[in-house]
Design a protein around this ligand. Structure first.
Ligand code: CDP
Length: 644
C-alpha cells in the first residue's frame, strides 16, 4: 500500500531462531498462497515507512524519518505494540493494541447501548485490538425494566453475553484481542461479579477487575458498613440518567441502597477470590482520576484488558516500548545518552501513529476520541535485563530507586519531546481545561517515592523546564507513558524480563506444539551464563548449574553460584510480594498512565498477605494491583512466554 522498496544500506535485524519464528508467524505479511510476502527487513521497512508518512502532514521528511524509525526497530531499541506491525501499510490499517468502550444502560437505543457497543467491540476485535468496558452503569439484576415490565439482566448477565459473543468472533490479524470488564465496588451486583469466574471455565474471554474507591478502602480500614447503591430509577429525577454511581452523586441524584454489607467482608471476598485464582484484579479508580489529564472530557472508569492503560470512552492507546536491554554501555551500566535519543525518536514515532492509524472506520468515534487527546503510551521492556547487567537486584531498595530513576528519565524526555512536537504541530485539541492548559496548568511535577541516594551517572534533568515548556508551547499528547506487558514484543526482541517485570526463570524447559507433537526446548539466561563465565566457572560447571536451575528457575539455593551473582540474578519467585509492590509503586511515580505488573506470591500464601499487598499498593499510589499465588490456577492463564 504505497510503500517504496527497502532502501539499500540499512542494517538487518539480528534475531534468535525463536524470535524469527514468532515474528514470521505473527507479523510478516502473507500472500494469497499463505506464504510470506515480505522478508523480515521489508516488514520493518513497511512499518517504518507507513508511520513516517505522518510527517508529510507537518512538512517533515518522510524518507529520512522512515530510515530513523527503521533503525529504531531493527536495532531492537524500541518496538511498537503488535497491531502496529500487523496493521501498518496493510488494508487493515489498525495500529493500536487497546481500546475502552462505554456501555450505557440501554439495549441499543443509544450509540453506546449494550448491543451497539458489543457490535463496536466485535469490529475492534477483528483488527486484533483488545477492549476494556465498565459495566457499572448497568442497572442491577432484577430491577424492573419499564418498557417490558421484565426484570433487568444486570452486569454479570450481560458480561456473559459479551463473553459468548467474543468467543465466536474470528480474530483478524494473528491475535485474539483480550477483554477487561470492570465493576465498581458500590454496584449492587458486585458480589456476583467478584465470583463470576470462580469456575475457571466460565467467562474465558475476559479479565475482570473491581473498581475500588478511596472511600471503600477507608471503610475497610475503619471496619464500617458499606452501601451497595444505584440511582433510584423510580425517581423522576433519574428518568434520563445515564451514568454510574459517581456521576449520579455528582449530579445530586437520589440513590437507592440495595444492600448494606460490612466493608471488610466484601474486601475479604475479593482477596479470597484473587488468592484462589488471580482474579478479580483491583483498580484504584480515585487514584486514576486524580491523575486524569483530561477531566474536562470525562472521568475514568475502566482500563484496557491488561490494566496498564486507563482510557476514556472510545479512546485507544498506541503502546510502544523501549528495550532497556539494548541501552547499556560496555561495562553493563546504563547508556543514558542512547536512552535519551531513543526516547525522543520513539515519542515522535508514537505521535505519528496517531495520525496514521486507520482505526475502525465503521466506528468513527474511535478516531475522533484519539485525535482529541492524542494519548501515547511509551514504556519499557527488559528492565530485568538492564538490572542484571548493571548488577542491581530487582526488588531491593536500590533496585526500586534504580527503576524509578530510569522511568523518570524516560518520562522527562518523552514530555520534553511532546512539548517540542506541540511547538511544531500544535497541542492536543482538548488541552484547554485539561491539566496541561497553558493558561492554568494544574499538572504537578512528579516526585520519587523516596529521596534519591544513588547516582548512576544520570545526566541532570530539570523538571521546571517542562513546566515552562508547557506554559509556552503546550504539549502534544495528553498522556505519554504506560508500561505494557510486552508479551509478544519482548519475546521477539529477546528480553529476559517482560515489560517492567523481573525475569521469570533463569532456565526452563518450554513445551511447544509442533503440528501436534510436543517439542521441548531448553532455555538458559544468556546474561546469567555470561556472569558465571566472568566469575571463572568452566563451561562444564555452568552447564551443570543450569541443569539444576531448570527445576525451579532460581539460583538462590545453589552454593556453587557465587554470592555476588545470586544477589543480582533474582527471578520473580525470589522477590517478596512487598518488594514487587514497591517496585510497582516506584515505577508508577513516573508513569502518567499505569503499568502492567503481577505481584507474585509463593504457594502456601495466606489470604491476609494478599490483603496486605492490596493495602500497601493503595497507600503507595498504585493505580491497581494484580496478584498471582503460585499454583493457584489449574490452567496457567497468564501466558508469560510467547512461542511460535
Ligand atoms: O507485546 P505486544 O505488543 O503484542 O502486546 P502486550 O504488551 O503484551 O499487550 C498490550 C496490550 O494489548 C494489552 O494490555 C491488551 O490491551 C492488548 N492485547 C490484547 O488485547 N490481546 C492480546 N492477545 C494481547 C494483548
Amino acid at each position: 500500500l504505497g510503500i517504496p522498496p527497502l532502501p539499500e544500506g540499512l542494517p538487518s535485524i539480528s534475531l534468535t531462531d525463536n524470535s524469527i519464528q514468532v515474528l514470521t508467524k505473527r507479523y510478516v505479511r502473507r500472500g494469497e498462497n499463505g506464504e510470506p510476502a515480505e522478508t523480515i527487513d521489508e516488514m520493518f521497512w513497511r512499518v517504518a515507512y507507513h508511520v513516517a508518512l505522518a510527517e508529510e502532514m507537518y512538512n517533515g521528511q518522510v524518507e529520512n524519518t522512515a530510515k530513523d524509525f527503521y533503525q529504531l526497530m531493527s536495532l531492537k531499541l524500541f518496538f511498537p505494540n503488535s497491531p502496529t506491525f500487523t496493521g501498518a501499510g496493510t488494508p487493515l490499517g489498525q495500529l493500536a493494541a487497546c481500546f475502552v468502550l462505554p456501555i450505557s444502560d440501554d439495549m441499543g437505543k443509544k450509540s453506546t447501548g449494550i448491543f451497539q457497543t458489543l457490535r463496536d467491540a466485535a469490529l475492534i476485535q477483528q483488527t486484533g485490538g483488545g477492549n476494556g468496558f465498565s459495566f457499572s452503569r448497568l442497572r442491577p439484576k432484577g430491577t424492573i425494566v419499564k418498557s417490558s415490565s421484565g426484570q433487568a439482566t444486570g452486569p454479570v448477565g450481560f458480561l456473559r453475553v459479551y463473553d459468548h459473543a467474543f468467543g465466536e468472533v474470528a480474530q483478524g490479524g494473528s491475535r485474539r484481542g483480550a477483554n477487561m470488564a470492570t465493576l465498581r465496588i458500590d454496584h449492587p451486583d458486585i458480589e456476583d461479579f467478584i465470583c463470576c469466574k470462580t469456575n475457571e471455565n466460565s467467562i474465558t474471554n475476559f479479565n475482570i477487575s473491581v473498581g475500588i474507591t478511596d472511600e471503600f478502602m477507608q471503610a475497610v480500614i475503619n471496619d464500617t458498613d458499606w452501601d451497595l447503591v444505584y440511582p433510584d430509577l423510580t425517581s423522576p429525577l433519574c428518568k434520563d440518567f445515564d451514568g454510574d454511581a459517581d456521576t449520579a452523586r455528582r449530579k445530586g441524584l437520589p440513590m437507592k441502597v440495595f444492600k448494606t454489607v460490612r466493608a471488610r467482608d466484601l474486601f475479604q471476598k475479593i482477596v479470597e477470590q484473587a488468592h484462589h485464582n488471580g482474579e478479580p484484579g483491583v483498580l484504584f479508580i480515585d487514584q486514576a482520576n486524580r491523575y486524569n489529564p483530561v477531566p474536562n472530557l470525562y472521568q475514568l472508569e475502566s482500563t484496557n484488558p491488561c490494566g496498564e492503560q486507563w482510557l476514556g470512552p472510545y479512546e485507544n492507546c498506541c503502546l510502544g516500548s523501549i528495550n532497556l536491554a539494548q541501552h547499556t554501555l560496555e561495562d553493563g551500566s546504563v547508556d543514558w545518552k542512547k536512552l535519551e535519543k531513543t526516547t525522543i525518536l520513539a515519542t515522535r514515532f508514537l505521535d505519528d501513529v496517531i495520525d496514521m492509524n486507520a482505526y475502525v472506520p465503521a466506528v468513527p468515534q474511535l478516531e475522533i476520541a484519539a485525535h482529541k487527546a492524542r494519548r501515547i503510551g511509551l514504556g519499557i521492556m527488559g528492565l530485568a535485563d538492564l538490572m542484571f547487567s548493571a548488577g542491581i537486584r530487582y526488588g531491593s531498595e536500590t533496585g526500586q530507586e534504580f527503576a524509578s530513576q530510569i522511568m523518570e528519565f524516560v518520562r522527562f524526555h518523552s514530555m520534553k519531546t511532546s512539548i517540542q512536537l506541540a511547538k511544531e504541530r500544535g497541542s492536543f485539541p482538548a488541552i484547554s481545561g485539561s491539566i496541561y492548559d497553558p493558561e492554568k496548568i494544574t499538572w504537578e511535577i512528579p516526585q520519587p517515592l523516596k529521596p534519591y541516594t544513588h547516582h548512576w551517572n544520570r545526566p541532570d534533568i530539570d523538571w521546571n523546564e517542562i513546566l515552562q515548556g508547557i506554559a509556552k508551547n503546550g504539549i502534544r499528547n495528553a498522556a505519554q507513558t504506560t508500561i505494557a506487558p510486552t508479551g509478544t514484543i519482548a519475546t521477539v526482541t529477546g528480553c529476559e524480563g517482560y515489560g517492567c517485570e523481573p525475569a521469570f526463570a533463569l532456565a526452563y524447559i518450554r513445551h511447544m506444539n509442533d503440528n501436534g507433537k510436543d517439542v521441548q526446548l531448553s532455555y538458559a539466561s544468556p546474561l546469567f551464563e555470561k556472569a558465571l563465565l566472568r566469575s571463572g566457572l568452566t563451561a562444564q560447571e555452568i552447564s551443570e548449574l543450569v541443569d539444576l536451575i531448570m527445576e525451579s528457575g532460581t539460583c538462590q539455593n545453589l552454593e556453587k553460584v557465587p554470592q555476588n551473582i545470586r544477589d543480582v540474578f533474582v527471578v520473580s519467585s525470589d522477590i517478596s510480594a512487598e518488594e514487587h509492590v514497591r517496585m510497582q509503586a516506584a515505577l508508577q511515580a513516573f508513569v502518567d498512565n499505569s503499568l502492567s505488573k503481577t505481584v507474585n506470591f509463593p504457594a502456601g500464601t495466606k489470604p491476609d498477605e494478599v490483603a496486605a499487598a492490596y493495602q500497601l499498593a493503595w497507600e503507595l499510589g498504585c493505580k491497581g494491583i494484580t496478584v498471582y499465588v503460585t499454583g493457584s490456577r489449574e490452567k496457567v492463564v497468564l501466558e508469560t512466554r510467547s512461542t511460535a
